[in-house]
Every structure is written in C-alpha cells, then in structure tokens.
Design a protein around this ligand. Structure first.
Ligand SMILES: C[S@@+](CC[C@H](N)C(=O)[O-])C[C@H]1O[C@@H](n2cnc3c(N)ncnc32)[C@H](O)[C@@H]1O
Length: 325
C-alpha cells in the first residue's frame, strides 16, 4: 500500500502550434510483451510510443504516471524493461479499479494511489520520469452516468473525482449569469458565452438542469441556425468549460507543473500530453520558465496520421517533454 499523505486515499498496491518534433534518442522498447487479454479497455493511449521513447525508461528506474486512467501508458513503461516500477495516480476510483485489474500481471511493480496530482506528496521519493496525460479518458467520456458528454443522456455531473462537492449541475443551476458567461468564454473559448449563459439562467428558473441533453438542447436552441449546423455541436465549448471548472483542470495543472520538477531525479524527464490550447499554453510556458528543467521538445510532438485515423481523440494531442537539469 502506498499512501499520499496530503488529501489522497491509498488504493492498494500489488496486484495552438503543431509541428512534429525533433527526434528522440536512447529509448528502449519491448523487453516484455504487453499482456493481451480478452478485455476491451475502451481507451487507446495517445502518443504511447512517443511517451515511452521520450521518458527513456531505464532498468531499475521508478516512474510516476500522474494520470493512470486505464493504465495504457504505465503498461508500456512496465513492458519497456523488467526492472521498471511505476507509481500510478488517479483521482477517479473507477479508473483505478480498471487499471488495477489490467496491470495485475505486473504485480508489485505498480503502486496505485488515489490522489489528485496537485495534492500528491511523494515525500523523499524521486522519480526517473513523470507522465501526465491530461483530461478525461474515453472510458469516463463514454460512460453516460459520468455526464461528460451530450452524446448520451446522463446526469450533469462531470466530476472526475466523486469526492468533489460541485458538479456541473451545481454550476449551471447556481452560478450567477456573469461568472457563468465568463467561465464559458474563458474555459470554452466560446464567443456566444453571454447568450448561452443568459439562456441557461432563464431556463433554470422554470426547471433546473439535471441532464446533459437538457443542457445541450437548451444551448442548441439559443444559438443562431448557422452556428447550430456548424462543424461542432454548439454545446461542445460550453461542456469543455464546465468540465474545466468542475475539476479545476487548469489550476491543478499549474500546481503539478510547479511541483513535479522537485519530484524528479537529475536527468529525469517530465512528459505532458495536452488536448486543447488552454492546457498547452500553460505547459509550454511553465516548462520553458522552470529554472529546474531543460525543454527537450522545441515544438510539441503530435500524433501521426495513422494514430489520428485510429483514434480521433488523439487529433488535438500535443506532447511536450522537459528534463531535470
Ligand atoms: C487521458 S486519461 C489517461 C489515460 C492513460 N494514460 C492510459 O493510457 O490509459 C486521464 C486520467 O487522468 C485522471 N486525471 C485527470 N486529472 C487528474 C488529476 N488532476 N489528478 C489525478 N488524476 C487525474 C482522469 O481521471 C483519467 O483517468
């Protein structure tokens, strides 16, 4: 058992630029074969090989996967060398349960910790590499009862960690119109934020929002026809904003990027995959401004056409890597 003393629960151990980047060197691969089980984990790890190449797992090294999810990146790190160990964090207990099952073949080489990465405290432990693959997983996104997506109807929740007190329904039903509009504008980069916030406030007076489809339909009704039939659903940006607000995604990312350099051993690497420009801007600047890190990726690494074809979620991914000086 591994316990994060600050605000986390031990889960148990054991069982907007986009050019391809400079090349990586010195990576290992494939010392073990990834166990191929009958289970469909429903989540393809984005830029998996590029992360392993960038982190350069070394025999005997210990790595922190700050966003364990279904454990795909961790599995690849463990497979890179039989002496690699990984501490895997996730704030979502359902994700951890799936990762524990998937990673069981690696036994005590993986330690599972339930924690928000912003509250993680490794004590004196130093890592040879740290990975953060930001945002929600496809598993979370595709589960209607998590409320992240308007592709299915479900409770308007959006909490990655069910210990958080404010859900998306709380935000849309209780925030005042101006802060709501500001959040939709800032975190969704939605130019119709004021119109959408007004429509939300008006509709909730008759009937508070309970489900994803109620909200998505209300947004679709309040925007001009041209917008309604555009490239993306008119609720997409508002849903992104709400998710960021509920999980404080940008604030926790900033905390992680401030603290992670202290958790790295010399020459240890920090690899971060972001999925939208708000995240990528923070990653790019924090890595560049850190006095403890040297940026390895002058430009972010992006998925190949093949990966984008196989996994549409990877399309907006950007991987940036820095090394502890
Ligand atoms: C994109 S998925 C990671 C997928 C994983 N790399 C894989 O290959 O399966 C992100 C995961 O990180 C978790 N997560 C997101 N933000 C977090 C945070 N601040 N602290 C801890 N876990 C977080 C989510 O619950 C989710 O399970």
């Amino acid at each position: 058992m591994e316990s994060d003393p600050v605000g986390s629960d031990p889960v148990g151990s054991d069982p907007a630029e986009s050019d391809p980047d400079e090349s990586m060197s010195g990576s290992r691969s494939g010392a073990e074969v990834l166990p191929a089980g009958p289970i469909d984990w429903g989540h393809l790890s984005v830029l998996r090989d590029e992360c392993v190449a960038g982190l350069q797992p070394r025999s005997g090294g210990c790595y922190l996967d700050a966003t364990l999810g279904a454990g795909g990146h961790t599995a690849a790190l463990l497979a890179a060398d039989p002496e690699v160990r990984v501490v895997g964090l996730d704030c979502d207990d359902r994700a951890l349960a799936i990762a524990q099952e998937r990673l069981a073949p690696w036994g005590a080489r993986v330690t599972f910790v339930r924690s928000n990465f912003a509250q993680f405290n490794p004590g004196d432990q130093q890592f040879d590499g740290i990975l953060a693959d930001l945002g929600v997983s496809s598993m979370q996104f595709d589960q209607p009862d998590r409320g992240f997506s308007f592709r299915h109807d479900g409770p308007l929740d959006m909490r990655m960690d069910d210990r958080l007190t404010e859900s998306a329904a709380d935000v849309v039903n209780h925030w005042q119109e101006v802060p709501l509009a500001n959040a939709i504008y800032t975190y969704g980069e939605e130019r119709l934020s004021r119109r959408i916030a007004r429509a939300i406030v008006e509709q909730r007076q008759t009937q508070p929002f309970q489900t994803t489809l109620e909200l998505a339909n209300a947004i679709a009704r309040c925007v001009p026809g041209k917008y309604r039939h555009g490239r993306i659903h008119p609720a997409t940006r508002t849903f992104q904003a709400l998710r960021i607000v509920v999980n404080q995604e940008l604030a926790v990312l900033e905390t992680l990027l401030d603290r992670a350099p202290n958790w790295l051993a010399p020459q240890g690497r920090l690899a971060v995959i972001s999925f939208h420009s708000l995240e990528d801007r923070i990653v790019k600047h924090r890595l560049r401004e850190s006095t403890q890190l040297k940026v390895i990726t002058k430009k972010p690494i992006c998925p190949s056409d093949t990966e984008m074809g196989q996994n549409s979620r990877s399309r907006s991914a950007k991987l940036r890597i820095a090394e502890k000086i």
